[in-house]
Write a protein that binds this ligand. Sequence first.
Ligand SMILES: [Zn+2]
Length: 203
Amino acid sequence: MDTSILPPTQKGRQYEIRAIGLREFAGLRRDDERLDPFELARYAKLLVASFEQIEPFLTEETKAHLLGAGSDKWSGGACSQTLFDGRKLIILNPTHNENRQNATLMEEVCHVFLGHQPSRLAIETVNKQGKPIARDYREADEEAAYSVGAAVLVPYSALRRFVEQGKTSREIAKHFKVSRELVEYRMKVSRLWEDYKVRVVSG
Ligand SMILES: [Zn+2]
């Protein structure tokens, strides 16, 4: 493999190689093509249900909590039991915007592709920095799924090129339909942050 398309850290390289594999699996040819996690979810045998579809199975109290006071405390959920046709049911928080839903779904897809085993009804939760808090999977699995998912959405080689071209994190986020925070997180873990800051500040 051409190592110039891999980030400098050992861990980052391992995640990037898996992410590149997933992008190839999804049929993407260029590193700057936007990946649609919903498309990949179909390959991963995930059924992404709308909140309206599961609403009848929730109590009024649960519904009110998930959409109200608790709405910022969960990003998505996966049912640990597979459906009769082998698919796994996923719901995404309908109060979150498209960028956040994309990242959440991407993480769920990665759990499946990386062969992680949840033990029970898995409610994904994220902390203030947008990083998942281990609840449903082992902590190492959470880190791997989030990291690989982020690399699938924002590949290192394209990100490095965009930084070199002087693009802002906002522009890159718009290009890949993810949050600016996710782009900046990718810059930091891929050691592109210093270069980015210099270019943006002096730019
Ligand atoms: Zn997770």
